[in-house]
Design a protein around this ligand. Structure first.
Ligand code: CTP
Length: 407
């Protein structure tokens, strides 16, 4: 159980949407206040049908906000202030409707507007009928919100008010209190605050002509997860990303590039930095002379593509000099003799650490969610168990923080 002492003096903005579980939110307010947190509440129109503004007001000992247009200080951007004056936004219960409106970025009532305007962490406690929770639309909305950094607690499995059984019950108030305390604790753990990091991620696209390019199967999942993990520990992260299908990770500034040369330029523009992690699968070669017209079948057989080598971003960033980041980390994607090749790569590229992984067909690493890696440093190799790419990223970020501890 998380240490609740951290809740003292924290300001929680609680959004209560319309669901039968809203009655539990009254208890949540009490539990938070018992632990010294200040709670301010926003009720949606439907929320106010399940709990009365009067009981919420009595428990929060604060004004209850309901209407986007009735804030006396709307001229002073009341909804912006509401979200900025909180340390954390909690949506409990989070209905399918409100999750959908959040995912779509709507601002059609006070609750949605506050959630759109906030720059604070957001925790949702979904509560709805099991079919609604399992519907592809809700799954997609929830996944999108989580990819943007929204945290979730529950729903729990059990008998629901509608007599169906399954996941859909809102987490219990004390579980929500625990989750809130855990978020505050996590957010207080910022060992990389004040450090700057550059992370490369994804493939590069090297144009052949205006419609064709050379690319590879990198999804960018690992690199994006590392950028997010370093940012979570407080680093100011510039993510230099090739074309991927991933949303920009929360808390990072992102440079979107296509080619290896653009990636190098964006990395150099982000210097100076303390940390560089090169997780991108940079195309080793590009076409020597890119055609400015689409190559046509002209009866003379296929064109011969002359290739030329791309700049090595990792090796360039690792070069000794005033602007070299203190810690440069490379990746080694190998399909055999992983440790031997990766150890040699560390020396050849001049970086400090190599994260080595086996990307042989069948391992599912490229594009998959899991990764099995070895962390190779000057003084030895650590082999990590197979884990989700997010967990690899979190562990690597902690290792980076360990490196800088006391420096
Ligand atoms: N890398 C880079 N720029 C390049 C090529 C690779 O920054 N032009 C970086 C990758 O981001 C990764 C590391 O170098 O961190 C190793 O990439 P990998 O493709 O495994 O190595 P290669 O340099 O291609 O070496 P080899 O061909 O021997 O596998």
């Amino acid at each position: 159980m998380a240490d609740h002492a951290i809740l003292a003096g924290k300001r929680v903005l609680l959004v209560v949407a319309g669901g039968i579980a809203a009655y539990k939110s009254l208890d949540l307010i009490r539990r938070l206040r018992e632990r010294g947190a200040a709670v301010r509440a926003v009720l949606t129109e439907a929320g106010a049908r399940f709990v009365t503004p009067l009981s919420v007001q009595a428990l929060t000992e604060d004004t209850v906000y309901q209407d986007l247009w009735s804030l006396t200080d709307e001229s002073e951007m009341g909804h912006i202030r509401l979200s900025r004056e909180a340390d954390l936004l909690v949506v409990a219960p989070a209905t399918a409707n409100l999750l959908a409106r959040m995912a779509a970025g709507m601002a059609d009532d006070l609750a949605a507007t506050v959630l759109l305007a906030t720059d604070k962490p957001v925790l949702v406690a979904p509560a709805m009928n099991v079919r609604m929770w399992q519907h592809a639309a809700t799954r997609a909305n929830m996944a999108l919100l989580e990819s943007r950094g929204v945290r979730r607690i529950g729903p729990n499995e059990g008998v629901m008010a509608c007599n169906e059984y399954g996941p859909g019950r809102m987490a219990e108030p004390m579980e929500i209190v625990d989750a809130i305390a855990a978020i505050f604790a996590e957010d207080a753990h910022r060992p990389l605050a004040g450090r700057r990091a550059i992370v490369t991620s994804g493939p590069t696209h090297e144009p052949i002509d205006p419609v064709r390019y050379i690319a590879n199967r990198s999804s960018g999942k690992q690199g994006h997860a590392i950028a997010a993990a370093l940012a979570k520990l407080g680093a100011a992260v510039t993510l230099v990303s090739g074309p991927t299908r991933l949303p920009d990770p929360p808390g990072c500034s992102v440079a979107h590039i296509e080619t290896a040369r653009e990636m190098l330029a964006a990395c150099e523009a982000a210097l100076p930095a303390d940390i560089a992690v090169c997780a991108a699968a940079v195309a080793d070669w590009r076409v020597d002379t890119e055609s400015d017209r689409k190559l046509k079948k002209d009866g003379g057989g296929p064109p011969a593509l002359a290739l030329t080598e791309n700049p090595d971003i990792l090796a360039t960033l690792s070069r000794p000099g005033k602007r070299r980041p203190a810690l440069v980390v490379g990746f080694a994607a190998e399909t055999g003799d992983v440790l031997a090749y990766a150890t040699a790569k560390r020396t050849r590229k001049g970086c400090d650490w190599i994260v080595a992984n086996d990307v042989s067909p069948g391992t599912g690493t490229f594009g998959g969610s899991d990764n099995t890696v070895h962390l190779i440093r000057a003084d030895g190799v650590e082999s990590w168990p197979t884990m989700p790419k997010d967990a690899v990223a979190a562990r690597l970020a902690e290792a980076v923080a360990g490196y800088f501890a006391g420096k």
